[in-house]
Design a protein around this ligand. Structure first.
Ligand code: GRF
Length: 207
């Protein structure tokens, strides 16, 4: 009789939280499909019912869940409800891929060292929303010639700050439009997110 293999897990489990378009989610879905990322995207959760990320998940056959904030609900109460939903999918890592809410410890406390955020700027730079646009304006004003991308852990409530897993500079060209710069940043994001998660997932589930 073969040995029971119920404990053998070939892939790490990723839950992806996304508020918008979901191009980074798509990069993960594609990398899983191609076999380069040893993981399964087990759920996509959004705070926005109309997030295209949910459509992308549905197309890929991944459970897509909208968890909206109720009127009058406190942030910690919302985050506890969100954590309950996400934990139900048993993720090894929770990936914030264009997730536009700051999470409190009511969520983060459930997933210590397991929440990974993507920020379209280098460590310590341009925290918060519209980071690409702000970098582009600074370049127009002659204040910078590059920006970047970073991926970091989220151990506590903070905005785009935490132990850095990977970062990469992105040049800003003199003739860049906001659109051309954003496209360059997004290409780097997609690549860096996949390679960083590949490393994390291999550590989690040695092949
Ligand atoms: C990305 O630039 C991410 O870094 C930022 O929001 C954007 C989301 O893009 N936090 P998408 O939804 O993955 O296309």
């Amino acid at each position: 009789m073969p040995a029971p293999d119920a404990t053998i897990r070939p892939s790490a489990r990723l839950a992806v939280l996304a508020s918008g378009n979901g191009s980074n989610l798509q990069a993960l879905i594609d990398a899983v499909a191609s076999g380069s990322l040893p993981a399964d995207v087990v759920a996509v959760v959004s705070d926005r019912a109309d997030a295209f990320a949910l459509t992308r998940a549905g197309r890929a056959g991944i459970p897509a869940v909208h968890v909206g904030r109720h009127a009058g609900e406190t942030r910690p109460d919302y985050d506890a409800r969100l954590a309950d939903v996400v934990a139900g999918f048993g993720p090894d890592f929770v990936v914030l891929a264009g997730w536009m809410r700051v999470l409190t410890m009511s969520f983060l406390g459930w997933f210590p060292n397991r929440v990974v955020n993507l920020h379209p700027a280098l460590p310590g730079e341009l925290a918060g929303t519209n980071a690409i646009e702000r970098a582009w304006h600074e370049a127009l004003a002659g204040e910078r010639t590059s920006t970047g991308v970073m991926i970091h852990l989220v151990p506590s409530e903070s905005i785009d700050d935490g132990p850095v897993l990977a970062s990469r500079p992105v040049p800003i060209h003199p003739d860049d439009t906001l659109e051309s710069l954003a496209a360059r940043v997004h290409r780097v994001e997609h690549e860096l997110l996949v390679t960083t998660l590949t490393t994390l997932c291999r550590q989690e589930v040695p092949q």
